[in-house]
Design a protein around this ligand. Structure first.
Ligand code: FUB
Length: 332
């Protein structure tokens, strides 16, 4: 393994981390990959996850990682079809809210909420998904002014190409290469944390000339895995570029953006997907992510990783080597 990297849960396959500090402890909310036996395809049918475990630690690089066990299972979700993908958790007034994407019984991804009394869960799902929700990869920003924002969306198997202006299209449609890329979405949450307080808005990413990044610019355009963190008063929106396998980021002045593209956080890892969370704990910043090296490159069996993340004096994130290209050659 590369120097300065740590696999967090070597005994199991965990992916898509969301990470937050609650009660001075760091909590990790990953997807729980499993060998489903389903053939790999561009729709991601092979990612057939059924439950979530919660993990926590008080020492990210060297401490014990506690597994708090199953916090939510699809069998307990009344509207469940299949595929429990990336989740995130927020805390408000002593309650914990777990946001999760799941296909409903008609095979459409919706975003659900489950509520718990502790960051470890268990979480009790609401009877229905969030009204007006669609697609995947929910990520929460607690703006620490009483407002919480939910970012979401993902292309291809994540179904975001099936929507325009929050309405389902008759047929999925991708813009032409010279048209603006399909954006991630953001919506403020209602005071009870259970619904959108407003229509989701597009998360616009601009290039260095102030022009919206185009669909054909697949080294920089949004694909999936939204994450938001704040650093020195600025809003850092980060995401995966999907088919070009990078984690990139863009900076804005408020939770809605627009955000101006800055660069690459993580170069490709071993495996197809790349997905992350960024968090500060005990004075250091960390990049939580995953790769498929321990499973020999099997994209549906990913392992959780962490390393330190550093900024330069101007607040730019220093690019981290995902180790993908070289390792891929060794594995194949
Ligand atoms: O884990 C299933 C999907 O793979 C996630 O929702 C995406 O972000 C990608 O990591």
């Amino acid at each position: 393994m590369e120097k300065g990297m740590r696999y967090l849960v070597p005994g199991d396959y965990m992916a898509d981390p969301a990470v937050h500090v609650f009660n001075n402890r760091l909590y990790i909310y990953p997807s729980h990959d499993r060998e489903s036996g389903i053939a790999e395809n561009d729709n991601g049918d092979h990612f057939d996850m059924k439950d979530y475990h919660v993990f926590s630690t008080d020492d990210v690089m060297h401490g014990e990682i506690t597994d708090h066990g199953v916090a939510l299972d699809t069998k307990d979700i009344p509207w469940a079809g299949r595929q429990l993908w990336d989740c995130d958790v927020a805390c408000k007034d002593g309650k914990y809210y777990l946001y999760f994407p799941l296909k409903d019984k008609t095979d459409i991804f919706r975003i659900g909420v489950a509520v718990g009394d502790s960051p470890e869960g268990p979480f009790i799902p609401q009877p229905d998904p969030i009204k007006g929700s669609y697609s995947i990869d929910p990520a929460i920003l607690n703006d620490e002014d009483g407002n919480y924002y939910l970012y979401f969306g993902g292309l291809w198997g994540g179904q975001l190409q099936r929507y325009r202006n929050n309405k389902a299209l008759e047929c999925a449609a991708f813009p032409k290469d010279n048209e603006p890329a399909i954006p991630s979405r953001v919506a403020k949450l209602s005071p009870d944390m259970l619904e959108f307080a407003e229509e989701p808005r597009p998360v616009i990413i601009l290039d260095e000339n102030g022009k919206i990044i185009n669909s054909g610019d697949n080294q920089r355009r949004f694909f999936e895995a939204s994450w938001m963190h704040k650093y020195k008063g600025k809003y850092y929106f980060s995401y995966s570029t999907g088919d070009t396998h990078r984690l990139c980021y863009a900076i804005g002045d408020n939770p809605y953006g627009p955000f101006t593209y800055q660069g690459v956080i993580l170069t490709p890892v071993v495996g197809w997907t790349t997905h992350h969370a960024i968090a500060e704990y005990k004075g250091k910043w960390y990049l939580f992510h995953h790769d498929s090296a321990p499973s020999g490159g099997k994209t549906w069996l990913r392992s959780l990783k962490v390393c330190e993340l550093k900024y330069d004096a101007d607040g730019h994130i220093i690019t981290i080597d995902g180790g993908g290209e070289l390792k891929k050659l060794l594995i194949s």
